[in-house]
Design a protein around this ligand. Sequence first.
Ligand code: BGC
Length: 485
Amino acid sequence: MGKVAIRTAVVCAAAAVAVTVLVVRHRKRSAGRWARAAAVLEELEEQCATPTLKLREVADAMVKEMNAGLESEDGCKVKMIISFVDKLPTGAEKGLFYALDLGGTNFRVLRVQLGGKEGRVVKQEYEEVSIPQELMVGGSDELFDFIASALAKFVGSEGEIHGPAGKSRELGFTFSFPVKQTSIASGTLIKWTKGFDIAATIGEDVVAELTKSLKRQGLDMRVTALVNDTVGTLAGGIYDDSDVVVAVILGTGTNAAYIERIDAIKKWQGPIPNSGSMVINMEWGNFNSSNLPMTCYDQALDVESLNPGEQIFEKLISGMYLGEVVRRVLLRLAVEASLFGDSVPPQLEVPFALRTPIMSEMHHDTSADLKVVGAKLKEFLGISKTSLRTRKLIVQICDIVAKRGARLAAAGIFGILKKLGRHDAKRRTVIAMDGGLYEHYTSFRESLLSTLNEMLGDEAAASVQVILANDGSGIGAALLAASHS
Ligand code: BGC
């Protein structure tokens, strides 16, 4: 062998050794990263665990809070707000009514023609308008003027259906935030939730605020019922099925309302209604208990939110937050386990960059190579190359976070049924459910329903039914406007 050949062989051997060293180092580093990722996942799984026993404790804590809130609102997490709705729709409602449904990033205006027992809902028309982000955190007048102007435009399009001449149009106002009702058609805002933050409205009568704006629009309209979306859903639900006793919203936010016996409402000081009962707007989103499975991600989300320390149950369950919890887990994995390579993808650091509908699409990806997960990561988080193993891990994280939320929501419902003595009864009990999270996030819905069955047991579960009361809150508000006009 010549000198040159020997030198070449030595160089090649050295290069091969160097490559092997690099490969071994890379493998070791990669194994180290995956070990770190596995540890983070394991911790998440452990902290989000919701064994049935824990869920029963959550349900019992909910019942305790319900009883406390029915005695007095002071210092109670679950406010158990008296809705002043003591008569629910009977089906006899007649006439033309409007409804305004405000509770998230969109609001809806509706026109409903009610035809009594025979005619039922003769006709309904609606329009949906999205609220510009700046109005959600701006001034009170600006928000209400914006809504009133959309309503004026809608009223202007009244065609073949219109109300009696010379009489104000009547409006059911669904306002889906915590309001201390002072009558069926008035109430002061306790606080904003779901990303709204307008200091000037807090403590104000929201009907008066809307009425001022309606006047400015020159609109002759009278609010005859102010209702929470849960109360509207209950009213809409009972119009279709008289066994509805509970309504739950699982959408951007979450809440529940139910029909309570008046004698169980210790704080009620008014006359005994003929019906002997009253709808209670629980505002369960603000429920909190040491039994709730909280993680460091939830704690950080809460601290950095617009309403720290508030709406803890909502932050574990609802559509506004699930994707954000997942984003926080992914960010930790990006930092500590280099899940997406050596640098942290900048978009992953943006709060709320991963919205729950996207999380849901990734969670439901059934393709063998999880291409939906890959595409969503690219589109929404600017992450272009991921291994199948990484994508599988992301689906697992979505599953853990969604399952925890769904199981907790089921525990809340079980708590209400327990409070009503309907958790082991044979009486048919119907729960009217509304909200995009429940409607569109299939595995969330399935997990909620199976958990409710698990908690009720087969026999009791057979008499409990959850029905989707799609957009029932708008119709419900119109029905309540009718029955309280
Ligand atoms: C609000 C409730 C509302 C729920 C669902 C919560 O954030 O506090 O009033 O019913 O969202 O829309």
